[in-house]
Design a protein around this ligand. Structure first.
Ligand SMILES: Nc1ncnc2c1ncn2[C@@H]1O[C@H](COP(=O)(O)OP(=O)(O)O)[C@@H](O)[C@H]1O
Ligand SMILES: [Mg+2]
Length: 334
């Protein structure tokens, strides 16, 4: 869907020349969630801004569905941009407009009939779970709600591509997970290709299919997320992975076990409850804790635990239901 060839970008700031991108080749397939990760200043924002020609290449080409962006007339470029939604770290909502008007904005500027605007905006607000915030102003919303509104605005004109520039970097870990889950759902249900840039490996780990690592304007490593995480080649990639919970390396060692291996995801509330004990008592199963990664930095008990549930399918399922009923999300590993 997206083809980037020999892309370079040089900025002139005063007497200094900054080479932000130094020759990027990249292909992104339709329908995938593609992550680009790198440290601050690596060139991520410059790269993603080339995808809707907010920035013009110094050298090289970007084409989307076979159309070279450099060759587009102003009218064709406007049409192309309509196909591309974008969300940002700081949401970029208009503070003087209601949430309804913010989401309606892309439709208003392309002169969509009023009734159609109402219908589409309401549908989007429902999708992002903000149906009751139509008349609220951005300042009345939490960070997560603001990003949901920004997602609704980015999607209201039915784009085929969604660009996310550090979209969760201003959010707390729990809200980050909620937003990433929403993006995953949008990718799955609406078939929208997502290109996401971030400095956080955990974001890539949570939703991306493939990842490219960018360092000083060059892509140094690229591949399926699991492959890059398990066998990082470059030092920069190893550094970026270092701070992640270790479980991404260890999933494979659980695969030989006879019981059902399940990862439990705790949030602040559910981590306060003795849910494993409850499941053991109620099902009589000898549930085995294999690993536990509770986030010690935030001290809020957000994190995950991997358990093995013995027994037959029915009793395993009843254990899973006990976890879910306690607000613990479950993910079957094997
Ligand atoms: N408009 C600009 N003018 C001058 N230098 C810029 C401009 N935009 C970005 N840069 C420089 O290009 C490099 C890459 O920036 P950026 O793409 O914003 O990185 P990232 O998003 O990975 O943090 C940095 O050195 C930055 O200072
Ligand atoms: Mg940036």
């Amino acid at each position: 869907m997206i083809k980037i060839r020999g892309l370079k970008k040089t900025f002139q700031s005063g007497t200094q020349t900054v080479g932000a991108l130094k020759g990027i080749d990249l292909e992104i397939q339709a329908g995938e969630i593609f992550g680009i990760i790198g440290l601050s200043g690596a060139g991520k924002s410059t790269l993603i801004r080339m995808l809707n020609r907010l920035e013009d290449p110094t050298v090289g080409d970007v084409s989307i569905d076979g159309v070279n962006l450099a060759n587009l007339s102003p009218k064709a470029l406007r049409e192309q941009r309509r196909q591309i939604g974008m969300i940002f770290q700081h949401f970029n909502l208009l503070s003087s407009k209601t949430i309804f008007r913010n989401v309606a904005y892309p439709l208003e500027i392309n002169k969509t009939p009023k009734a159609e605007i109402r219908e589409k905006v309401q549908k989007m607000l429902k999708l992002v779970d903000l149906a009751d915030k139509e008349q609220a102003y951005p300042s009345m919303l939490s960070g997560g709600q603001k990003q949901r509104a920004a997602i609704a605005r980015a999607l209201v004109a039915s784009p085929k591509l969604l660009l996310c520039d550090e979209a969760t970097s201003a959010l707390d870990p729990k809200t980050t997970l909620d937003i990433l889950e929403l993006l995953k759902e949008i990718n799955r249900n609406m078939g929208i290709t997502i290109v996401l840039i971030t400095h956080e490996m955990s974001v890539i780990q949570t939703i991306c299919d493939r990842v490219a690592v960018i360092d000083q304007g060059v892509i140094v490593e690229e591949g399926a997320v699991k492959e890059v995480f398990q066998h990082p080649k470059q030092n920069i990639t190893k550094e970026l992975i270092e701070h992640l919970p270790r479980h991404i390396y260890t999933d494979e060692i659980f695969s030989g076990l006879s019981g059902k291996v399940v990862r439990l995801h705790f949030d602040e509330k559910s981590s306060q409850k003795p849910v494993v004990a409850e499941a053991i008592i109620k099902t009589g199963l000898n549930i085995n804790i294999l690993s536990s990664e509770i986030d010690e930095i935030s001290m809020k008990g957000i994190g995950s635990m991997v358990i093995e549930i013995p027994g037959d399918e029915t009793s395993q399922q009843s254990a899973i239901e006990i976890f879910n009923a306690n607000g613990v999300k479950t993910e079957v590993i094997s």
